[in-house]
Design a protein around this ligand. Structure first.
Ligand SMILES: Cc1cc2nc3c(=O)[nH]c(=O)nc-3n(C[C@H](O)[C@H](O)[C@H](O)COP(=O)(O)OP(=O)(O)OC[C@H]3O[C@@H](n4cnc5c(N)ncnc54)[C@H](O)[C@@H]3O)c2cc1C
Ligand code: FES
Length: 252
């Protein structure tokens, strides 16, 4: 059940020039599984909250990891330990995955943090493919290495790991071993579309976490509606952000 409360920042860490990690004291807000999100008020003057995935959690504790994109996340990045944040959550439906599952986890850019929750949830069994624009944007890679069987890195410019996009790595992994319970992916829509296509080609079920601009975050404003393959519309905030890849209409 989502609640709204003022959460104290327990720890604020800069991960690189662009990304920050905030650990929040958040009693009663622990998610039921990976990739639910919180809706965070970013300063008094900004009416709309910003949706950020829960990257990791423990008893009475949530962690969010985000990149600075605009005014809201820029304000958030200036928070320090002891500050309070107005947080609503946990919201949405995350990845449907059993703890004993062996998954291929795929994250691109700001889609990487929620996959850490999946990696910890399926501790030690999953393989992660993580893609960044360049080495200076890499984050959380050592934490993935601690809780994944294997971690493959790639970057658009070749400055980290394999040069190229994550879907090429996903293809290389599945070519050698299709025996995964599921492919779970989070990142920009073109990346998700390509990963979904590769997973379908190799016959592995795929779930994708969709990113859409949000206003209310709770299914009340229609701001985040996306089209499904069967012609219906669904809310990313309430029905998602995670959907079966086959449900999504990719060609819009
Ligand atoms: C379910 C979900 C989970 C997310 N998880 C993360 C995460 O873990 N880490 C992370 O770095 N980012 C995440 N994002 C993206 C993050 O919400 C945006 O980067 C952020 O809202 C940008 O706000 P801003 O004020 O800095 O930028 P601005 O561009 O100034 O924002 C202006 C408005 O647009 C909305 N908006 C802008 N970009 C996005 C976007 N990509 N998605 C949704 N709303 C947007 C904002 O809510 C705001 O109302 C997530 C988005 C969604 C939908
Ligand atoms: S953001 Fe309002 S319905 Fe989803």
């Amino acid at each position: 059940m989502p609640i709204q409360k003022l959460c104290t920042v327990a720890e604020a860490v800069r991960l690189n020039e662009f990304a920050c990690s905030l650990t929040l004291e958040a009693e009663g807000m622990e998610p039921q599984g990976p990739d639910q999100f919180v809706h965070v008020k970013c300063g008094h003057s900004r009416l709309l909250r910003r949706p950020i995935s829960i990257c990791d959690w423990g008893k009475n504790r949530l962690r969010i990891v985000f990149e600075v994109r605009g005014e809201g996340t820029e304000w958030l990045a200036r928070r320090k330990a002891g500050d309070t944040l107005d947080v609503l959550g946990p919201l949405g439906c995350g990845f449907q995955v059993e703890r004993e599952a062996r998954c291929l986890l795929v994250g691109g850019g700001i889609g990487v943090p929620p996959m850490l929750g999946c990696a910890k949830w399926t501790a030690g069994q999953s393989t992660a493919v993580l893609g960044f624009r360049s080495a200076d944007r890499a984050m959380l890679t050592e934490e993935f290495q601690k809780c994944c069987k294997d971690v493959l890195l790639c970057s658009d410019d070749g400055s980290l790991g394999q040069k190229g996009f994550v879907d090429a790595q996903v293809r290389a992994v599945l070519e050698k071993d299709k025996n995964f319970t599921a492919v779970l992916a989070c990142g920009p829509k073109p990346m998700l579309k390509n990963v979904a296509a590769v997973a379908a080609e190799y016959g592995v079920p795929c779930q994708v976490s969709m990113e859409e601009r949000m206003a209310c975050g709770v299914g009340a404003c229609l701001g985040c509606a996306i089209q499904m393959a069967d012609g219906t519309m669904k809310h990313v905030c309430k029905d998602g952000p995670v959907f079966d890849a086959e449900e999504v209409e990719w060609n819009v």
